[in-house]
Design a protein around this ligand. Structure first.
Ligand SMILES: C[S@@+](CC[C@H](N)C(=O)[O-])C[C@H]1O[C@@H](n2cnc3c(N)ncnc32)[C@H](O)[C@@H]1O
Length: 381
């Protein structure tokens, strides 16, 4: 039974009971860590996003401790830093996703773990609690966040090795890591990572809207399945950049361009296809607008300046207007047809092999059934 309380230990115990009850937390090591670590020490003011309204609710524990604590121990991401457009640039991930990832990571005592994306330091604290400080290295691109996390972790008695830098380069160390866990989303697995992980070690990373769990082989290739749907804020290359907002994406595609009529496959909105599209065409942002005039689909690639908008007509056809390099709508519809031909598999039937030369090959069901080489992405940008 859930009781109302502003007692942190009681709220932590309730959170653990919920995660266990939802079949997300099994390993005693992580149960104890969630029970022991007061998440509120690692965050101060934060916002919670409401997907139903698209709005943020702001919390300040110095103003209303009880409601802030209730949010801290509900299963939501706490947005701890926003850019000028209101998009989160750091957060403490929802506990259910953290629990799932810690269990997927399968890090055990004696393992060395590199976390990409220190953020608040909460996940680093869980790792330290479960494996010991000496086992944990964590990197964030944002120096302010690292300094804050370092101080707050010390307050709780934890001292992992914290580094400021671009996690895509990893953190070179004399001994290789047994595990890399990335808590920001990436377009591709950076070349540096397999080289820094021991043979048999694991890389757990969010690509598009899915988690990939890859095992590193002796030749520095990495291979494994997509295990779950998950979406993290994207890796930044510069702490000053702002992420495109929905308004930016709609504006980018609100102009004259080449026009044609094309099919609008009825299954275009299906989650597995959206997930695959985000993996394959990782720099393309999508917005869908429902209106009486017919659903509008807007695609934009800020890196290349390409854009497309497609409006569904009553005849089931789309009127497509697009500009810039290539045809973003054509890419999406082509991928949809390909996925349909394969029998519309769920993302968990796909896996990925990252060769030692960085080639990313998507396979279906088993590694010897390659179905696509993913387009190359320049991770230095
Ligand atoms: C979802 S938050 C991480 C949550 C964190 N693990 C926690 O427990 O609070 C994502 C973090 O990734 C960081 N990040 C973004 N780009 C990065 C990069 N290139 N290298 C390292 N960290 C990066 C952000 O600054 C942000 O703090």
């Amino acid at each position: 039974m859930t009781t109302t309380t502003d007692d942190s230990a009681e709220l932590r115990a309730q959170l653990v009971d919920r995660l266990v009850g939802d079949d997300l937390l099994h390993e005693p090591r992580w149960r104890e860590a969630f029970r022991a670590i007061p998440r509120e020490v690692l965050v101060d003011r934060f916002a919670v996003h409401d997907p139903a309204t698209g709005r943020h609710t702001h919390h300040d524990p110095t103003v209303d401790r009880a409601s802030a604590l209730a949010a801290v121990y509900s299963d939501v991401a706490l947005l701890t830093q926003l850019d000028s457009g209101g998009t989160a640039t750091s957060s403490s991930t929802a506990p259910s996703l953290m629990a799932l990832m810690l269990e997927r990571l399968d890090a055990r005592p004696g393992h060395r773990v590199l976390e990409i994306g220190t953020g608040t330091g909460y996940n680093a604290a869980l790792l330290c609690h479960g494996l010991g400080d000496h086992a944990v290295t964590s990197i964030d691109i944002d120096p302010g966040l690292v300094a804050q996390a370092r101080a707050r972790l010390a307050e709780l008695g934890y001292g992992p090795h914290l580094v400021v830098g671009d996690g895509a380069l990893g953190v070179p160390a004399p001994d290789q890591y047994d595990r890399i866990i990335a808590t920001c989303g990436l377009a591709r697995v950076p070349e540096a990572w397999p080289a820094q992980v021991c043979e048999g070690g694991v890389i757990l990373v969010n690509l598009g809207f899915a988690l990939a769990r890859l095992t590193v082989a002796a030749d520095r290739s990495a291979c494994g399945r997509f295990t779950d749907y998950a979406s993290f804020m994207r890796r930044r290359t510069d702490t000053g950049e702002t992420a495109p907002t929905v308004h930016d994406i709609l504006t980018a595609a609100d102009r004259d361009g080449a026009t044609y009529q094309a099919p609008f496959p009825s299954f275009l909105k299906e989650r597995p296809l959206q997930c695959l599209h985000a993996i394959v065409h990782s720099h393309v942002h999508k917005v869908m607008v429902h209106s009486d005039e017919g659903d509008l689909y807007v695609l934009s690639n800020p890196g290349t300046g390409s854009w497309a908008r497609a409006r569904l007509g009553p005849d089931g056809q789309a009127t497509v207007v697009h500009g810039g390099l290539g045809d973003l709508w054509g890419d999406l519809v082509g991928l949809a047809a390909w996925w349909d031909d394969l029998g519309r598999p769920e993302p968990t039937r796909f896996g990925l092999t990252v060769s030692s030369d960085g080639t990313h090959t998507l396979w279906l069901d088993q590694p010897d059934r390659a179905v696509m080489h993913l387009p190359t992405v320049d991770l230095t940008q």
